[in-house]
Structures are given as C-alpha cells and as structure tokens.
Design a protein around this ligand. Structure first.
Ligand SMILES: Nc1nc2c(ncn2[C@@H]2O[C@H](COP(=O)(O)OP(=O)(O)OP(=O)(O)O)[C@@H](O)[C@H]2O)c(=O)[nH]1
Ligand SMILES: [Mg+2]
Length: 458
C-alpha cells in the first residue's frame, strides 16, 4: 500500500492559479484537514469531481487563501488512487503554506513524476502513455504537442497491442502443440502462423521506421549552418534566435567552435549548429573548428549552405555545396546579405541538382519568412505523426527492435522446420520485448529512470 503524497502541480513563480495536488489513501482526509468549505461540508462527504469553494488553512488552522477543492476517488482518478486538488491563487507563499500544512498532517512531498508513476503502476496508463505525458509537457512545437497528445490517448499503444495480440494467438497455438505432442502442426496451421508472424514483422518494421521522425520531433532536427568565413552564418543564427547568441565581426574566422541552439522555424524544432567558416587555414585552432564543421554536416538532417551574395562566387562555395549534398539529408542554398546585392546563387548548383534556394538578409530580416516556409515544406508532418503513432525515444525503439529480431528468428525457425518449442521461445521473446515497450514486463530501474525525467507534481 502506498503512502499519501502531495505537490505543487503548477510551475514556480507567481501566476493566476496554483494547484496543490494529493494522491494516496489519506488524500481526502488530509485535504479536509487544510480546507474549510463555505457550505460547511467536508470533502469526504462530497461527490467526485465537484468543485467546492472554501478556505485554505495553514498548519495553525488560519485561512490563507480562498480556493476551490475537488476530489476523485479510486479507481476513477489520474493516479487510480484517492486524489484531491486544491486550486489556490498562484502565490508561491500561499502554496508553500498549504504544502507545509499538508506535511504537518503526515502527507509526504511527492518526487518527480510520482503521480504519473502511480498511474502507471495502477494500470491507468501504459509506459508509452506515461512517456507521452512528459513529451507533451516538454513539447516545444505544435507538431510535437499533437504527436504526444495522440500517443497519450493511446494511438501507439493500440498499434503495439495489435501486434502483441497476434503473437498471443501464435503462442497459444504452440502451447497446444506442445501439450498434445502426437498431433503435428498441420500444413495449414503452419501457413497461417507464417502469415501471422509475417504480418507482425511488417507492422513492427513500419513502427520502427517512425522512430527517425519521432526523434526529430522530440529532439529537434539537426541543422548545420555552413559557409565560407564571413558568409554571415553567425548573423543568421542570431537572427533566427532573436538574440545575439554568437559573436559576429567582419573578421573572417570569427567562429572557431560549433555553437548549438534550439529554435522553432516553420513549426519545426531545429537544433541549429553554427559552424566555423570552412577554408584552408594554417591556424591550428581554426583548423579544428573547420574539421568540426565538416563533421556537423555528417549528422545533419538539414544543411543551410550559405553564400555571400555581395561577394563573387568562389570555387570553395561550390565544393562546400557538393560536400553538403553528399553528407546532409536535405540542403537549402542560402544567399546572404541580400540588402547588399541580389547575386545568382543558383549558378553554384551542379547541373542536375535541384535544391531550394533562399535569398535573405540577416540584417533587415528580409527573406527569413521564406526560409521558414522552405523548412516547413522540407519536413511536412505526416499522418502517423499527427496521430501520435510513432516511436519517440531510444528506449521504445530498442524494445521494438528486439521484438522484431525475435519475430524474424521465429520466422526463420518456422521456415527451417525447427521443433515447435524452438519457435515458441522466439515468439515469447518477442512478446517479452513488446511488454517492455508497454511497461508490462519492464524492470524497476528502467521505470525509475523514465519517471525521474518528469517534473514534481506530475
Ligand atoms: N549588410 C549585411 N551584412 C551582414 C549580413 N549578415 C552578416 N553581415 C556581416 O558580415 C560579417 C560576417 O558576419 P558573421 O555572421 O560573423 O559571418 P560568419 O559566417 O559567422 O563568419 P565566420 O564565423 O568568420 O565564419 C559581419 O561584419 C556581419 O555584420 C547581412 O545580412 N547584411
Ligand atoms: Mg561565425
């Protein structure tokens, strides 16, 4: 049996409303101890999810705020336990007094994610949904929020459950075969099994393919800004961020190390990487920087290749563009300092290459919107993303990968005519891996790590 926990569920600092949340067997009596209803009735006598106006009391029983209280009893609550919520004014002092009064009545301060963890342990959410709660709170873009909301509502869980259920059928079949060893798996049976496992394999491969997008959605799209020294890379970074993050001077070779910052552009979360201008240089420090710039291109889902419209095109621009096309997944050719000259950056493109070209000025802001539209078009949201049917972290991808390997091994075993118990081992291995995905068979230390990521009060 768990103890009763409480936390301030709203963010730090002043705000219109601040919420104290409680969960556990003593949640309702504890809330009653710090709350006096205007109608004189106790919360224990109050029906679920009804708001009651009253006073919040400090540990000495003195009123410190006018608040709304509500209770939800087990199992119909977020955590699956008895819960209570006190909606106070968002004064940090009031909330601290309320929390202090609760702890005087034996309620413990909750740790990070403890409410959601209880919801998971009580079967209110599976592990993917619990992760979606954290993703939703952390979402930095609308698309990220939409995907997390879909995942929270169970879109991904349903996909995984379909695969799991198919495997349950296969496993049941093999158990029957093992229990009645005299009856061979008939040819028809083997064929349907093959079909079911094949279907599971396809479904899991499709799911795994969503991880690339999921990762970009939650972690950001790695976007390298490259170009010759003085092309205006750091100026573009600063213009996109809206503040002077990187040093800008007219001295070529100003940026020597890579500078990384997150930014939302065209509704997409980008991890902008400003790099050292690429040129042959004798300076040892700058050379290391140039090497890092080339490296940044390797991991880039997007490369912005900058060329100065006010300077004559140089062979280095062409080489750099070729390198970006070779290493990065998507490339935008950006003509900079448009306030100074119009230029013809297209001339740098190899004859049969088509990449979007944007002309802009970091100084006047002209062309930044076009860059935004270009990025949005290069990374359109797809249906799976909108519905939240995608794997969003390495843990999920790892478990799906393990399940897929086991299913493939089961298919091979089936094709090789191996004994049923051997196939069964693989099928059950796949079920175990899917159980890690949903949290059904996940280790305690793994869940501890997941919930440590949450804020207190969620
Ligand atoms: N007129 C004009 N000048 C610009 C613009 N963008 C950058 N500059 C100037 O160009 C020079 C170089 O800008 P940076 O942003 O430092 O260029 P960089 O590519 O980061 O240069 P390195 O770090 O040396 O590789 C500075 O003097 C900027 O003020 C622009 O849009 N218009
Ligand atoms: Mg720079």
């Amino acid at each position: 049996m768990s103890d009763t926990i409480a936390a301030i569920a709203t963010g730090p600092g002043r705000s219109a409303v601040g919420i104290l949340r409680l969960s556990g067997p003593e949640a309702i009596p504890a809330a009653d101890a710090v709350f006096r209803a205007g109608n004189g009735r106790s919360l224990a006598a109050c029906e679920d999810r009804r708001l009651v106006l009253g006073a919040l009391l400090d540990r000495e029983g003195r009123p410190v705020d006018q608040v709304l209280a509500t209770v939800s009893r087990a199992p119909h609550s977020y955590t699956g336990e008895d819960t209570a919520e006190l909606q106070c004014h968002g004064s940090p002092a009031v909330l601290a007094l309320g929390l202090e009064a609760l702890s005087a009545h034996g309620v413990r301060q909750a740790g990070p994610g403890e409410f959601t963890r209880r919801a998971f342990l009580n079967g209110r959410l599976d592990l993917m949904q619990a992760e979606a709660v954290a993703d939703l709170i952390d979402a930095e873009t609308e698309a990220g929020a939409r995907a997390a909301a879909g995942q929270l509502s169970g879109a991904l869980s349903r996909r995984v459950k379909e695969i799991y259920d198919a495997l349950v059928d296969v496993s049941a079949h093999f158990h029957a075969v093992l229990d009645y060893p005299d009856e061979d798996i008939d040819a028809f049976g083997a064929e349907t099994l093959d079909g079911t496992l094949g279907g599971a394999e396809r479904a899991l491969s499709a799911l795994l393919a969503t991880y690339r997008r999921g990762k970009l959605l939650t972690g950001g799209i790695p976007c390298a800004i490259v170009g010759r020294p003085n092309a205006g890379k750091s100026s573009l970074l600063n213009a996109l961020l809206g503040y002077e993050r990187a040093i800008v001077t007219d001295v070529p070779g100003t940026t020597r190390d890579t500078v990384e910052e997150k930014c939302v552009l065209g509704g997409r979360l980008l991890r902008l990487i400003d790099t050292a201008g690429i040129r042959d240089t004798a300076d040892a420090v700058e050379r290391i920087g140039v090497e890092r710039s080339r490296k940044a291109l390797e991991g880039a889902a997007l490369a912005l290749v900058l060329t100065d419209l006010s300077a004559p095109p140089a062979p280095e621009d062409r080489d750099l563009l070729a390198l970006a096309l070779e290493r990065a997944e998507r490339v935008v050719l950006v003509g900079t300092k448009r306030d100074l000259a119009e230029g013809a950056p297209e001339a740098l493109l190899p004859p049969d290459q088509r990449v979007p070209v944007v002309r802009l000025s970091a100084r006047t802001g002209q062309g930044l919107e076009e860059l935004e539209r270009t990025v949005a078009a290069l990374f359109p949201a797809d249906m799976a993303e909108d519905r939240g049917e995608l794997l969003t972290n390495a843990r999920q991808a790892g478990a799906a990968e393990a399940a897929l390997e086991q299913i493939r091994s089961a298919l091979d075993a089936l094709a090789a005519g191996v004994t049923p118990d051997a196939v069964l081992v693989d099928v059950e291995g796949a079920m175990e891996a899917l159980g890690q995905l949903t949290g059904q068979s996940v280790r305690e230390d793994v869940t501890a790590r997941i919930f440590a990521r949450f804020c207190v009060g969620k």
